[in-house]
Design a protein around this ligand. Structure first.
Ligand code: NAP
Length: 336
């Protein structure tokens, strides 16, 4: 079968290889034919050798995929041949709170990922994809699930205001999920054209952060001085101080990313006296959260925003598109 291996942290690090087909699935396992994979910011960091965790090479990269079950092993319940499934990013995190040990096994990071035509997946770490989605479901495992756990754990309610930083994969998924919950969204972005696209996907308000570097002032104006109830913080160093200032008293910041840097410098009195803010950290989500999210996508009919699709033989171009920072929506690599 065809696969891609990352063999070095360089521009030419992605190699096309032929691998043996996986053996028949063992007890509790599924043989899955991967249809499509979706890139995340993390995959670029890994390919460039600047991911925060050790990665050993060669590695089958990428974590996010959707595929069709071709065969089930003994004792598998809940899945049959022909089902469309997503593998979980953290294969061991079935439900409940996150445990530090789950970090040691991450698809496309510490263990081989999804850029291969077939793979064996334990049934306990697979979830049914939403029925109305095909290849677009590849976009769900990391970006959307992170947005889902951010918004559900921040307990977003109908009518509340959710602030989204940028128009990357996590923010666009959060935009769709916030709408499912009946929340109003404000998006900050580098360009008016991206803000216009976000509006077409349901954003109620947009702020250009290049025109308005102190964009918390605009957020306060839009919310009539109240502030946002929840911020999905993907920006990090350069955006977190503005996010704190954009918050209503007692609001919540779901801290999920660090696109502008991982450190931040802020007067803590602004955080806990000024805003009585709650900062909650998130790492993707569990299998049971993933199932709940896929049911919500199915019930709402939402379709993840897709920027572009590349054939497997063009995987390098897909990486370049993602690394360019100009994609609006997820970049897919098609395997079937
Ligand atoms: N905790 C987790 O489990 C988890 C899961 C997924 C991702 N993440 C992290 O979350 C972050 C976002 O991931 P992603 O996949 O959405 O990335 P992405 O698709 O690459 O999007 C990044 C976006 O950040 C925005 N941005 C860049 N500089 C900015 C600035 N100065 N101010 C405001 N926005 C700015 C840009 O929006 P515009 O183009 O609109 O300006 C860009 O589109 C990354 O740090 C990633 O590692 C964490």
């Amino acid at each position: 079968m065809k696969a891609i291996e990352l063999v070095s942290f360089s521009r030419d690090g992605l190699h096309h290889v032929d691998r043996n087909m996986p053996p028949a699935p063992g007890e509790g396992e599924l043989l899955v034919q991967i249809e499509a994979a979706a890139l995340n910011y993390r995959d670029i960091e890994i390919a460039q050798g600047r991911y925060g965790m050790p990665v050993s090479l060669p590695l089958v990269p990428m974590s996010d995929a959707v595929g069709i079950v071709r065969e089930t092993g003994k004792g598998v319940n809940g899945f049959r041949a022909g089902d469309r499934v997503n593998p979980q990013f953290f294969p061991d995190w079935r439900s409940g709170p996150f445990e530090a040990g789950y970090f040691s096994r991450q698809l496309g990071g510490t263990i081989d990922g999804v850029l291969q035509e077939f793979m064996i997946i334990p049934a306990l770490s697979a979830v049914h994809a939403p029925r109305h989605l095909a290849a677009e479901a590849a976009a769900l495992p990391v970006a959307a699930l992170t947005a889902w756990s951010a918004l559900t754990e921040a307990r977003v309610l109908p009518g509340q205001t959710v602030l989204l930083i940028g128009t990357g994969g996590v923010s666009l998924a959060a935009l769709q999920i916030a709408r499912m919950f009946g929340a109003e969204t404000i998006v900050v972005s580098s360009s008016d054209s991206r803000l216009e696209q976000a509006r077409l996907h349901g954003a109620a308000h947009g702020i250009n952060y290049r025109e308005h570097p102190c964009w918390s002032e605009q957020v306060m104006e839009i919310t009539r001085g109240r502030g946002a109830d929840v911020v999905v913080e993907t920006g990090g160093e350069k955006t977190l101080p503005q996010s704190v200032r954009s918050l209503r008293t007692g609001g919540r910041i779901a801290v999920v990313g660090y696109v502008t840097g991982a450190r931040f410098d802020i007067d803590l009195r602004e955080v806990f006296i000024g805003k009585r803010a709650q900062l909650l950290g998130h790492t993707v989500g569990s299998g049971s959260q993933f199932e709940a999210m896929n049911r919500a996508f199915e019930a709402s009919g939402a379709v993840p925003v897709i920027d572009s699709r590349f054939a497997l033989h063009d995987a390098r171009a897909a990486y370049e598109r993602m690394a360019s920072g100009t994609a609006f929506g997820k970049v897919l690599v098609m395997l079937a």
